[in-house]
Write a protein that binds this ligand. Structure first.
Ligand code: DP6
Length: 345
């Protein structure tokens, strides 16, 4: 039995956002969400896990810094994978008893404020599953217990996180709705907007929204189910303008909820709002929707666009948002990706 594994997991960027939990402990969401898993060249986590009889304690090093292994989310993921391995007798009891050392790093700047918890926990859980021989089993429900959005990074391409209805969360899992190869023309540009202000983290921000926002109830009941249905169809049909419109509307609604939260969570800054305006201006000039923006819990923009527009959009943004003292924007490129090609052992 192999005692050490190394795994790479990609980030995913949601086009229908997950925002709000119905169960904090089990990380069960109040709505379905849908995302695209992105190529790992610029954005991924890499994790090595080694189990050894000589280790006296469990250890975790994140980006070169030792962190507390007894963090509730980490221990829960480790315990659940071990429990599943024990149940399915996929590895020896001896191996399960060894302490482990985890070494994990992101290849993108942590300061970029990009969703590192999604790829980080997906990577941890995937690596544990490999270590303990759980090759073909469902593990997205375990990644979900590390960080909700992480469950979507277990699969490549276009992925839906179904909120599920069961109290124990067994049916709150991610499913792939289309592989990356289904839409190779779809590209991604991430505009990393420098911002020094400390934001409210996603976990506490969404808890505050659930408690205080009126709009969030409307979104969950009246908007998300229809949007999931329509965007799934748009992906199946490779209908870019429909995909783009739903993506932008959902990002805007998510940030409207953040502002409807009390006290409000303000994630987008002036540069983010300028990007929104420029995207609409670009689309207006084209006479058709050719670029879509979406923003997570931070000021960075993720743009979805057909490949042939990448150069023009980059040139357009370099012109309208020149890097000077006020704006400093870094561009990262990506495409949807499938997982198998990117995983190394
Ligand atoms: C805005 O998955 O980071 O990126 O489950 O509390 O760890 P926890 O939250 P997290 O929230 C991500 C929120 C989001 C939207 C999304 O990715 O769907």
């Amino acid at each position: 039995m192999q005692n050490s594994v190394t795994v790479i997991a990609p980030v995913n960027i949601a086009v229908i956002k997950y925002w709000g939990k119905r169960n904090e402990q089990l990380i069960l969401p109040i709505n379905d969400s849908l995302s695209v898993t992105l190529s790992t060249a610029d954005l991924c986590s890499k994790t090595t896990i080694t189990a050894d009889p000589s280790y006296e304690e469990n250890k975790i090093v994140l980006n070169g810094k030792e962190e507390n292994f007894d963090n509730e989310r980490i221990t829960r993921c480790v315990e659940m994978i071990k429990h599943r391995a024990l149940e399915s007798e996929s590895c020896s009891k001896e191996l399960l008893a060894y302490k482990i050392h985890v070494d994990s790093e992101n290849n993108f700047p942590t300061a970029a404020g990009l969703a590192s918890s999604a790829s980080g926990y997906a990577c941890l859980v995937y690596a544990l599953a490999q270590l303990y021989g759980l090759k073909k089993q469902e593990i997205s429900d375990i990644a979900r217990m590390g960080s909700g959005s992480a469950c979507r990074s277990i699969y490549g391409g276009f992925v839906q996180w179904q909120k599920g209805v069961q109290l124990d969360g067994k049916d709150s899992i991610a499913v792939q709705i289309a592989p990356a190869s289904h839409w190779p023309d779809l590209h991604v540009l991430i505009l990393v907007v420098n911002d020094s202000k400390k934001k409210v983290g996603s976990t506490s921000g969404m808890a505050r929204s659930v408690l205080t926002s009126e709009l969030i109830k409307y979104r969950v009941e009246k908007c998300v189910p229809q949007r999931i249905h329509s965007i799934t169809q748009a992906i199946k049909d490779r209908d870019f303008s429909k995909f783009a419109e739903i993506t932008m509307k959902d990002s805007n609604q998510f940030h409207a909820i953040c502002l409807d939260t009390y006290p409000p969570c303000v994630y987008m800054n002036d540069v983010s709002h300028a990007i929104v305006n420029f995207v609409h201006e670009f689309n207006r000039n084209e006479g058709e929707t050719k670029v879509a923006y979406t923003f997570d819990a931070g000021p960075n923009a993720c743009l979805y666009l057909p490949e042939k527009y990448v150069k023009r959009v980059l040139a357009f943004f370099n012109h309208v948002l020149p890097n000077d003292n006020q704006n400093s924007v870094e561009y990262l490129r990506g495409t949807p990706v499938d997982i198998d090609e990117e995983t190394e052992f």
